[in-house]
Design a protein around this ligand. Structure first.
Ligand code: 6PG
Length: 247
C-alpha cells in the first residue's frame, strides 16, 4: 500500500460549517450523476463527532436537493453497543440524518453493534459482498467518507492494528486501544477499493496529526490514515483551518 500521495487533493475551509457544505455539495453532485445514469450511489459513512454537522446539514439544507432514493448507505465502522446507546454510529446517523430525509429503508445497511461482534463482522461482509460489485476480491463502495482520530486512526483501524490495512477480510472486529470497546470496521482492502475516499477533518485536536501527515514526518508511518487512499492511490481531504493550523 502506498503512502500519502503528493497527488492527494486538499480542500481547506474557514470553518467546520463551510467544510461540511463542501462535502454535502460533493455528495449531491455524485448522487445526481448516478441518478442520471439510472444507477445507485453506494456510500460508506463514518461515525464519531465530526460528521454530525454534515449530517444535520444534509437533513436540512440538502433534504430536497439530494435524490436520496439513489443513495444506499453502508457504514465504515460501528461501535459494539446497542442502537440507542449514545456511542452508536448508526443511532447518531439515524437521529441526525435518516429520520429527517426520504430514503427507503431498503437502502440502509447498518452494522448491528448489538450482535456478537465476530458473527456480525462475518454477516456484514456477506451483506456487502451480496449488495456491491466485487473488485480486487473486496466489495466496492463508490464513496467512503472517513474521519481521522488524533492518534492517526481512521475507520476503527488503530495504530496498533496496522495489519487490518492488508488482511483478506473486508470487515473485521477490532478493539479501541484505550477503552477496550469492541468495534466492527471495514479493513484497508475494502476502503481503498472505492474510487473516492474522502476525509472530513475539522478541529484543533487534529492539527498535529495532520501536520505530521502532510509533511510526511516519520511518525506518520504509524498512522492508519496515512496509508488509506482510493483505488487510484489518492484521497480527498476536506479540512477546516483549525485542523490545518500547525502548517
Ligand atoms: C468512529 C469513527 C472514527 C472517527 C474518528 C474521528 O466510529 O469513531 O468512524 O474513525 O472518524 O475517530 O472521530 P471524531 O470525529 O469523533 O473526532
Amino acid at each position: 500500500m502506498s503512502h500519502f500521495s503528493m497527488k492527494n487533493s486538499i480542500h481547506l475551509f474557514d470553518s467546520p460549517q463551510k467544510t461540511a457544505v463542501a462535502v454535502a455539495e460533493f455528495i449531491m453532485v455524485k448522487a445526481i450523476e448516478k441518478t442520471k445514469l439510472n444507477k445507485q450511489l453506494n456510500i460508506g459513512l463514518s461515525g464519531g463527532n465530526t460528521p454530525k454537522l454534515l449530517f444535520e446539514l444534509l437533513a436540512t439544507q440538502y433534504k430536497t436537493k439530494i435524490p436520496w432514493q439513489t443513495i444506499r448507505i453502508f457504514w465504515v465502522d460501528e461501535r459494539c453497543v446497542p442502537v440507542n446507546d449514545s456511542e452508536s454510529n448508526y443511532g447518531m446517523t439515524r437521529d441526525t440524518l435518516l429520520n429527517h430525509i426520504s430514503i427507503p429503508d431498503e437502502n440502509i445497511f447498518r452494522i448491528k453493534g448489538e450482535e456478537n461482534p465476530h458473527s456480525e463482522a462475518v454477516n456484514y461482509e456477506k451483506i456487502m459482498r451480496l449488495e456491491l460489485p466485487i473488485v480486487n476480491s473486496h466489495p466496492q463502495l463508490d464513496v467512503v467518507l472517513l474521519g481521522m482520530g488524533d492518534d492517526g486512526h481512521t475507520a476503527s483501524i488503530f495504530p496498533n492494528q496496522m495489519h487490518l490495512l492488508s488482511v483478506m477480510e473486508s470487515v473485521s472486529v477490532t478493539t479501541h486501544p484505550v477503552s477496550g470497546q469492541h468495534r466492527i470496521t471495514l479493513t484497508g482492502g475494502a476502503i481503498t477499493n472505492a474510487p473516492t475516499v474522502l476525509f472530513l477533518i475539522t478541529g484543533k485536536s487534529k492539527s498535529t496529526v495532520w501536520k505530521q501527515m502532510f509533511r510526511q514526518e516519520p511518525e506518520s508511518d504509524t498512522f492508519p490514515a496515512y496509508h488509506v487512499h482510493s483505488l487510484n492511490g489518492t484521497a480527498l481531504f476536506f479540512l477546516d483551518k483549525e485542523a490545518a493550523s500547525e502548517l
